[in-house]
Ligand binder design. Sequence first.
Ligand code: NAP
Length: 313
Amino acid sequence: MSPRPTLLLLIPVGWAGLWTPWLGKADLNVLLHGRDSYRPDAIDYVLSFRPPPGFLKTLPNLKTIFSVGAGVDAFLADPEFPSHVPLVRFVDPQLSTEMAQYVVLHTLLFHRNQQVFDAAQAQGKWAQQMLPRGTADTRIGILGLGEIGGIAGTRLRDLGFAVSGWSRTHKHVPGIKSYAGDEELGAFLGASDIAICLLPLTAGTRGILNAKTFATMPKGGYVINVARGGHLIEADLIAAIDSGHLAGATLDVFETEPLPEDNPLWRHPRIVVTPHIAAISDPRVAAQYVIDGIEGAERGERHEHTVDPGRGY
Ligand code: NAP
């Protein structure tokens, strides 16, 4: 009989109580980095979100690394990441649904001018009635028509918006116009009144929300960044809004998190800031995902959500 596999939790020690009740149901040795002592060569599997750079390469017998989140940029940013070890990202319908809810919520808050009514209420004023822009005339462009972008796009399509998606390869999603590749980015942005970023953070997408991108979008456009802070050049966004070209933005992710107190994004009247909460991986679901993934790996199977380190997602 083969020995029980050993899973190392490389997560903040305070999070352990959220995971161990669910992982404890499986036939695994579960160890917590920072609390338990262990020999590096005894670790078969790791579950982590933001591993300290250089750490994973010190585990010589790793069979698979599981990411707590859908994005794996923090793993691949490690110059010593052991790219021969399969890295599995978390793909979960519940997570995708919650991401889509966030995107729909903030699209509608902008589309229905809610910030105007919030400001009026704060002053005890009865705002004048204003017709929202026609829904079918409001063009939404989703950068990254993948697992999450596809669901967010179909929800917005079903609400009556004109939805397009931009990805590396063309997609066939009913009712959603597909653009692909750098050569179609300009046409896509030019037809995006609301641009929603749902791209993975890679060398090819870092800084993609920049002055040129904003200038290509129609006047009065709105930006929602729910992917990673590294996608956005913050100063370019503020300049595009202050110049009157863009109407505003909703940001859930930032280059530095928590967002420093003195960052001007906090107080900008046309920017909505949320603290990286668009969707949170549910440990109950994610623990079962890891258990299933380990069972598959032990049978020699390749996980369907194994990341391609060369592509970066
Ligand atoms: P995914 O399924 O891998 O989809 C990524 C999409 O981006 C794909 O359509 C891909 O195109 C496209 N893409 C990648 N590189 C591109 C490039 N250079 N040019 C054009 N398109 C490119 O990822 P996902 O599961 O939807 O997750 C997306 C991101 O959301 C994650 O990486 C993570 O950063 C973020 N996220 C944030 C939160 C939060 O709480 N804020 C929660 C979960 C996830 P192809 O399909 O053609 O390859």
